[in-house]
Design a protein around this ligand. Structure first.
Ligand code: SPV
Ligand code: MG
Length: 299
């Protein structure tokens, strides 16, 4: 296992990430076999019960992504929205996310405050392309290790700006030093991604988020040149479905046994949080045998 996204891209034809918002959701993603965890702004905001609209602070998102990184052995790529402000804010965020053990970030060309790409809106203003390219450059210049991975994301299609604008923006972000470029689309088919990749002339890998074009597979996207695929929010949406249903059952039944076949046993939670490791560590460092055996050393 590696936490280096560059290394994953070098050895695999595609890198598949799944969204998470806390240590447990990250660990479930790792257990399911995903290559990386996407610290989803959408999921983290939802977990706080607020819209995905720059309502949480940089520190809120940092703490959530740090909890994921501490819980998994695979890379965490943090959704840093628009970099929480200008190039200076974005570069400052890079230092903090990198120091927290997060493998990379993604910054999008939405103005501050951003709105989730899927919210209905009358207008969507994009950051001027040159300004976003410089923000990407500032992020690359701010990282301490060569391993840190910066994804530049364009919302040109989301804003209805068209193919040429999407291509021009994405090429300029690649030239500015982005390690990958995410092309977002909210169409029900992958047509925009297909048109885009047909005219993509850079070696910089492309990233897709197939939320709305949900029948397009990882393999189909890889063939088009989208070597990183992010399933951004399916985990929390699954959790909401299960919890809403089960809590309604519990409330009306009035006894917990109604859920015995609808939820995991306590032992599954024990496994997921590493109870076996805790018990091994207690035996190793705190048991009477351990204390007696080491009493000669240093005392
Ligand atoms: C997120 O997960 O917060 C994303 C991806 O930015 S999406 O919600 O699909 O725009
Ligand atoms: Mg987001």
């Amino acid at each position: 296992l590696t936490k280096n996204v560059h290394e994953l891209l070098a050895r695999q034809s595609s890198v598949v990430a799944v969204g998470g918002h806390d240590g447990l959701s990250g660990r479930l993603g790792q257990n399911a076999g995903f290559d990386a965890i996407w610290g989803s702004g959408f999921e983290i905001a939802a977990s706080f019960g607020v819209p995905d609209a720059n309502i949480l602070t940089m520190t809120d998102q940092l703490r959530a992504c740090q909890a994921i990184a501490e819980a998994v052995d695979i890379p965490v790529v943090a959704d840093c929205d628009n970099g929480f402000g200008n190039a200076i804010n974005a570069a400052a965020a890079v230092r903090k996310f990198e120091a927290a053990g997060i493998s990379g970030i993604c910054i999008e060309d939405n103005v501050f405050p951003k709105r989730c790409s899927f919210y209905e809106d009358t207008t969507r203003e994009l950051t001027p392309a040159r300004e976003h390219a410089l923000k990407v450059r500032a992020c690359k210049d701010a990282q301490r290790s060569d391993e840190f991975f910066v994804i530049a994301r364009t919302e040109a299609f989301i804003a209805g700006a068209g193919l040429q604008e999407a291509l021009d923006r994405a090429h300029s972000y690649a030239e500015a030093g982005a390690d990958a470029v995410l092309v977002h689309s909210k169409k029900p088919t992958s047509d925009e991604l297909l048109e885009f990749s047909a005219q993509w002339t850079s070696d910089v890998p492309l990233v897709a988020v197939p939320t709305t074009y949900d029948t397009t597979s990882v393999d189909q996207l890889a063939e088009l040149g989208y070597r990183m695929v992010i399933f951004a929010n399916q985990g929390i949406r699954s959790a909401i479905r299960a919890v809403e249903r089960n809590l309604a059952l519990l409330r009306s039944a009035g006894h917990a046994s109604v859920l015995n076949d609808e939820m995991v046993p306590l032992s599954r939670v024990f496994e997921l949080v590493g109870l076996d490791q805790l018990q091994a560590d207690e035996a190793k460092y705190m048991s009477a045998e351990a204390v007696l055996a080491t009493s000669g050393a240093g005392r």
